[in-house]
Design a protein around this ligand. Structure first.
Ligand SMILES: N[C@@H](CCC(=O)N[C@@H](CS)C(=O)NCC(=O)O)C(=O)O
Length: 205
């Protein structure tokens, strides 16, 4: 099986990258640098018309969307135990990842690039302030979910990889997350993992 992850440092492909390492997968990483707009190159658009990362190819077949990739990784490497086996907890894990992907990620994107959502530059400060508020509202809910827990479930799962990026990207936007004690504890535990150390250190060139 030949696996390639298309990745940009700092982007949500970090979550997929962490999970592939946690799974012990053998894979290649190809950098698509968002800071250079490489996702819009004709070559990349030809293989991934959505022009986003992460993008995973497995023996030439392509998969987009973190939720799908994370599930595929967990199912393909069952020994790594990256999703709960109990049916209800498994759906709860999908629910967490759906929430991170569609309920929280968007606030980071709006804060990072308000121009994508509103051409009136005078409104950008307002969009950024609202997206920060909405991100913090959601993270307060995650903080409550993580109370008394090491990971989202009773063992490490792909949900932990995914939330690592949600928190890391908030830090990248200079959000003060220190009041979120449980999320911060989770992030600090993530920083101790070899997978995360490798992803943070792996830069192009
Ligand atoms: N729904 C997608 C979101 C992917 C996404 O928005 N990726 C961002 C990076 S975090 C991206 O590639 N942005 C480039 C662009 O929008 O031009 C997923 O969950 O994988």
């Amino acid at each position: 099986m030949h696996i390639t992850l298309y990745h940009s440092p700092g982007a949500c492909s970090m979550a997929t990258y962490v999970s592939l390492l946690e799974a012990g997968a053998d894979f290649d990483v190809k950098f698509i640098l968002l800071k250079n707009n490489e996702q819009t190159s004709p070559e990349y658009a030809a293989i991934n018309p959505k022009q986003k990362v992460p993008f995973l190819t497995v023996d030439g077949e392509g998969l987009t969307e973190n939720v799908a990739m994370q599930s595929w990784i967990a199912e393909t490497y069952p020994k790594a135990n990256l999703l709960p086996s109990d049916s209800w907890d498994h759906k709860l894990a999908l629910s967490y990842m759906g929430w991170f992907g569609s309920g929280i990620h968007q606030h980071l994107t709006r804060h990072f690039k308000p121009i994508k959502f509103c051409t009136d530059v005078n409104s950008h400060a307002d969009i950024k302030a609202k997206s920060l508020d909405m991100y913090m509202e959601q993270l307060a809910l995650v903080d409550a979910e993580l109370a008394g827990k090491t990971w989202f479930f009773d063992h490490y799962t792909v949900c932990d990889s995914y939330f690592f990026w949600i928190y890391n990207r908030g830090l990248g936007e200079d959000f003060d997350l220190s009041g979120l004690k449980n999320c911060t504890g989770h992030y600090n535990r993530m920083l101790e993992r070899d997978s995360v150390k490798k992803v943070l250190a792996h830069l192009p060139g």
